[in-house]
Design a protein around this ligand. Structure first.
Ligand code: ZN
Length: 187
């Protein structure tokens, strides 16, 4: 499985609404597999198809348990994801994006959401997500509509050259136990 190039701003593809997938065929499955490989290589916790230049509604995410660092990460690949329910409660958190290198920002997101879509086999799935998983879903699904976290961020920070995203992500893991809203993710 090849690692794909990640598109960065100001590429037009990041600002274009992605098309609904009509059929989860071999091409889409291959795209999912390549996106997973690319996300892991980056490394990131989520990736949307427009970030690899494909204007189709596909996202992949990999995240563990907010409460338990030791818990294995779970991989999600969703075709045509749709948020069908959102909690009124919101939380603030620091986000980053593989397509916007060097920037992080504080974004308010719904704390809990329900996502419907299709899995890699084209079967309908429904996921209830809370905390960071819910945040990553909202960030990735925004990508499918050409929305970037910088559109929603209340404050943006440009990282210094000596702070690379990996360090930020490592920091996120350390701080997420006690203070989930103080951590940071790249997706
Ligand atoms: Zn992103």
């Amino acid at each position: 499985m090849p690692v794909l190039d990640i598109v960065t701003v100001p590429a037009k593809v990041l600002r274009t609404k992605a098309d609904t997938v009509k059929k989860v065929d071999d091409r889409i499955k291959q795209l999912i597999d390549n996106m997973v490989e690319t996300m892991r290589e980056a490394p990131g916790v989520g990736l949307a198809a427009p970030q690899v230049g494909e204007l189709v509604r596909v996202v992949v995410l990999e995240w563990g348990d907010d409460e338990d660092e030791e818990a294995p990460k779970k991989l999600y690949a969703i075709v045509n994801p749709q948020i069908v329910k959102k909690s009124n409660e919101t939380v603030l958190g620091i986000e980053g994006c593989l397509s916007i290198p060097k920037f992080v920002g504080e974004v308010e997101r719904a704390e809990t959401i329900t996502v419907k879509g299709l899995n890699r086999n084209g079967q309908p799935i429904k996921i209830n997500a809370t905390g960071w998983l819910a945040r990553i879903f909202q960030h990735e699904i925004d990508h499918l509509d050409g929305i970037l976290f910088t559109d929603r961020a209340t404050a943006l920070t440009l990282l210094q050259d000596n702070e690379n995203p990996e360090e930020i992500e490592a920091q996120a893991i350390v701080t997420s136990k006690s203070q989930p809203t103080d951590s940071s993710i790249d997706s």
